[in-house]
Design a protein around this ligand. Structure first.
Ligand code: RRO
Length: 310
């Protein structure tokens, strides 16, 4: 069976890739993902200038997932953009994702204008859901700010753009968020970022230093929430807006479920951090085994075809 897919008309040999934040801070890490079984990679979310992020320890793998409060450490836009411009000459047949957000709306526009004016031909993922910068709310939990920002962005930005979303937990919020995204020429939504501001306790103590231990939760804990968000947006969005599914992908079955709920691409975060890039080949083989057993030859044979009871 084939796990090929496409996003915004760009073809990918495999639907699996890293989730932003994992294995994507440096060129060495990005090259490792690129040279694995992954179909693409996304960079660490870039800000205009390099950032050191929050104090360590700021990421912990725990038995059922992970908790992080990295605080947006990254090498700055120029580092990722220059690497991607070089890479698109070296590997013109492949497509990669640049994740970005500014520390303010003005900075987001400065960054996106630089991408617009550059020769970048890949996909841009605007991160509307970082939960970990002290004092800064997750943008996409504020619908008014989100709609204003996107309205401003699409006045000048004409390259393929998607948005990384936080998990929503209320049907009315799914309705309201989807109604906003449907007003814009967005190519994809990526559901979900970490579940923000969890707290992991061990030996009467928090697991990470920043924010007195509060951090974004990933891994097994979040799969039902991730699948709900993928499917809720699949049901509500204009079919021209594709879904990237992220959250709780440990196995081929998890990837299968994301696609069944409507995902066109599936990202691996916590499991990639725990297992390394060999996770991509393993999960791909497990997904192919499930497809073979069910007689599915392509992802289109089952994408979005979740069955309901009565
Ligand atoms: O860097 C982070 O703390 C971080 C970001 Br930008 C994000 O979008 N999601 C996350 O779990 N951590």
């Amino acid at each position: 069976p084939s796990t090929q897919t496409q996003i915004a008309g760009f073809q990918f040999n495999n639907c699996l890739m890293n989730a932003a934040g994992v294995a994507c801070m440096t060129i060495a890490e990005l090259e490792e993902v690129k040279n694995s079984a992954a179909g693409s990679f996304v960079t660490k979310t870039a800000t205009l200038e390099p950032r050191a992020g929050n104090p360590e320890p700021r990421y912990r793998d725990v038995p059922l997932g992970s908790i992080n409060s990295m605080g947006l450490p990254n090498q700055g836009l120029a580092y990722y953009l220059n690497y991607l411009l070089d890479l698109q000459n070296r590997e013109p047949e492949r497509t990669f994702f640049l994740s970005l957000v500014g520390m303010s709306p003005d900075e987001t526009h400065t960054i996106l204008r630089q991408v617009q004016e550059s020769g970048f031909t890949g996909l841009t993922e605007l991160n509307l859901s970082c939960p970990n910068v002290p004092g800064k709310p997750q943008i996409a939990y504020d619908f008014e700010t989100t709609e204003k920002l996107l309205g401003e962005v699409f006045a000048y930005f004409s390259k393929p753009l998607g948005v990384k979303l936080p998990p929503y937990f209320d049907i009315v919020h799914f309705d309201q968020a989807a109604a906003i995204f449907n007003k814009f020429p967005i190519k994809f939504v990526n559901c979900v970022n970490s579940i923000g501001n969890g707290l992991y306790v061990e030996d009467e103590t928090v697991a990470i230093r920043p924010k007195n231990g509060f951090g974004g939760i990933g891994g097994e804990y979040i799969k039902p929430t991730a699948l709900a968000n993928v499917h809720a947006f699949y049901q509500r969005l204009n079919p021209a807006i594709q879904i990237i599914g992220t959250g709780g992908v440990l196995t081929g079955r998890d990837a299968f479920e994301h696609i069944l709920c409507g995902a066109s691409m599936v990202q691996v975060g916590t499991t990639l951090h725990k297992e390394g890039v060999s996770a991509f080949a393993r999960i791909t083989e497990e997904l192919q085994a499930i497809m073979a057993e069910k007689g599915y030859e392509t992802l289109e044979d089952f994408r979005g075809k979740l069955k309901y009871l009565g």
